[in-house]
Design a protein around this ligand. Structure first.
Ligand code: C2E
Ligand code: MG
Ligand code: MG
Ligand code: MG
Length: 284
């Protein structure tokens, strides 16, 4: 821009960073206040198994119900919370809500588990599993009602201590899922050594699948690889019937996306997608 031409690039860069830092400091403070004021909420989005037409999992997604704004989405505050460390307190809140909700759903015989997103900063806390176990014990949450979603980039870096804890949880029935697969650079030989049940393919990989033969080739190879390693594939970000049809041809059976439902609050979610285990109705 013309008005910037006289300025030194480095100077502009520094000014931008400073502004960003101030914004971030403010946001960090607001996040901690919001936690104290109990302004966070969870929404749930169904994961559908198309063969049976059933909802098998609800992914819990955090939102900030700011008193003066529209719902603030996690893409805006989770990265800042991760950098500042506020994610630990926020993650505790999420985990506690998820464990409480999952315990209630188990009692009501709702045959769906709840998937929760775990960020790298949370998982790297030495006492993360202690706190998770504590939340599970407080609400008597059956381990099989929980699914932990760990992003691909993070999954590649897990150390033996964390892997041991994940293996233990998995033995008790908790599912472990790699999230956002296809956005990082996985070491494929490492993938098969991780204690995981499922891999969630990122929506960036399936966005153009209905129109692009190249996108289909890539998806088909990725799906084949994951299934070949004995893991389940979930595809997220399904927005159209055409995308779903294409992915079914490739062999995918588990889907999540706006095509089925947008994330929504618990009572609306249950009104639409909860049925007793024995009488689950088809939604597709
Ligand atoms: P994610 O775990 O990959 O979650 C999927 C995101 O895609 C969600 O965005 C969901 O609303 C959105 N989505 C679902 N279906 C579609 C679709 O068909 N089209 C499009 N365009 N989007 C779709 P959301 O809720 O904004 O969350 C963004 C990210 O924030 C999540 O990505 C996750 O990484 C993080 N996040 C959300 N909740 C939590 C949480 O409780 N804890 C942590 N640590 N991270 C969270
Ligand atoms: Mg997720
Ligand atoms: Mg994802
Ligand atoms: Mg994603």
């Amino acid at each position: 821009h013309a008005k910037h031409q006289g300025r030194n690039r480095a100077e502009m860069f520094t000014a931008e960073l400073a502004l960003e830092a101030a914004d971030r400091a403010e946001l960090e403070r607001d996040l901690l206040l919001a936690l104290q004021r109990d302004e966070f909420i969870l929404e749930f989005q169904p994961q559908v198994e198309v063969v049976s037409g059933r909802v098998v999992t609800a992914e819990a997604l955090v939102r900030w119900a700011h008193p003066e704004r529209d719902l603030v989405m996690p893409g805006f505050f989770v990265p800042v919370a991760e950098e500042s460390g506020a994610i630990v307190a926020l993650g505790d809140w999420v985990m506690s809500r998820v464990c409480e909700t999952a315990a209630r759903w188990a009692k009501a015989d709702i045959g769906q588990r709840i998937a929760v997103n775990i960020s790298s900063r949370e998982l790297s806390q030495a006492d993360f599993f202690l706190r998770l176990r504590h939340a599970m014990a407080s609400y008597q949450t059956p381990p099989h009602m929980l699914e932990l979603e760990i992003s691909e980039s993070l999954a590649m870096e897990l150390d033996e201590r964390v892997l041991g804890q994940l293996r233990a949880l998995r033995k008790e029935g908790t599912r472990i899922t790699i999230d956002d697969f296809g956005t990082g650079y996985s070491n494929l030989s490492r993938l098969k050594e991780l204690p995981i049940d499922r891999v969630k393919i990122d929506r960036s990989l399936v966005r153009d699948i209905a129109s692009s033969a190249e996108a289909r080739t890539i998806c088909s190879a990725v799906v084949g690889l994951i299934q070949g390693l004995g893991m389940e594939v979930v595809v997220e970000g399904i927005e159209s019937e055409a995308q779903m049809d294409m992915l079914r041809v490739i062999g995918c059976t588990l889907f999540q996306g706006y095509h089925f439902a947008r994330p929504t609050g618990e009572s609306d979610y249950l009104a639409r997608f909860a049925t007793l285990r024995q009488e689950q109705r088809r939604i597709v």
